[in-house]
Design a protein around this ligand. Structure first.
Ligand code: SAH
Length: 230
């Protein structure tokens, strides 16, 4: 028994040390990149402290996961910089009973952040391999409140609408009309708008009495919003 415990200790201690190392780096990231830049929403900070961002990246990038930068996730796509994820999350004002739709699952990190705060997150990804990888990640990490769907997010998810929050993580040139229609009364949409090589801005759209108002949040650079050729 004692020998078994010693062997178990030898095997698991590097893993425990590694988990602790990333927890430390995560806390540093929250302090220096997120709080320092003015993010104050408690739920957003809680989620960023909790979600192991490195596990949403290929292992060769784990040691870069908590840096102040977007990173490649394959298929010409990127995981957003931590600050941008925090800014989008805070701007969306997520809360427990709010129903969320994300367009552009990518690595799954933004969906996991939202899932720490809200009861149900629907997320759509247009690249089948990324959609599959993210769905597997949600399963292994126990995010049972994320419904991951493969498809073109342009049409949204009419069968589950309306949504209190819609977060779009790829930039279309114009706001897809179906997403506006699927935003609930009082709902908030956070979306980057602009061309691939031109100026893009992150905007917040809010719906009140059926009317949409628009507020600029920041200048950004996102991957382009794609379409499936039907
Ligand atoms: N939220 C992601 C960011 C991924 S980058 C994360 O946390 O990692 C944006 C993603 O949007 C890419 O994976 C891209 O394939 C996807 N995308 C682009 N156009 C899309 C569309 N029409 N529908 C669904 N996903 C789309």
């Amino acid at each position: 028994m004692r020998l078994f415990l010693i062997i178990l200790g030898i095997i698991t201690s590097p893993m425990i040390l590694q988990t602790e190392k990333y927890a430390l780096w995560r806390e540093r990231m929250v302090q220096s990149q997120i709080i320092e830049r003015g993010i104050t929403d408690k739920r957003t900070l809680f989620a960023l402290r909790k979600v192991p961002r490195h596990l949403f990246l290929p292992p060769y990038l784990w040691d870069m996961a908590y840096e102040d930068t977007p990173l490649p996730i394959g298929y010409d796509q990127t995981i957003s910089q931590p600050y941008i994820v925090a800014l989008m999350t805070q701007s969306a004002e997520p809360g427990k009973s709010k129903k969320v739709l994300e367009i552009g699952t990518g690595s799954g990190y933004q969906a996991a952040i939202l899932a720490e705060i809200t009861d149900s997150v629907y997320t759509i990804e247009i690249i089948p391999e990324l959609a599959k990888m993210a769905a597997e990640k949600f399963r292994t990490l126990g995010y049972h409140n994320i419904i991951a769907i493969y498809g073109d997010g342009y049409k949204g998810l009419p069968e589950h609408a309306p949504f209190d929050i819609i977060i779009v993580t790829a930039a279309p040139e114009d706001i897809p009309k179906s997403l506006i229609d699927q935003l609930a009364e009082g709902g908030r949409m956070v979306i980057p708008i602009g061309g691939q090589y031109s100026f893009q801005e992150l905007v917040l759209l809010t719906k009140k009495n059926g009317k949409l108002s628009r507020k600029r949040i920041a200048s950004v650079r996102f991957v382009p919003f794609r379409r499936l050729n039907y």
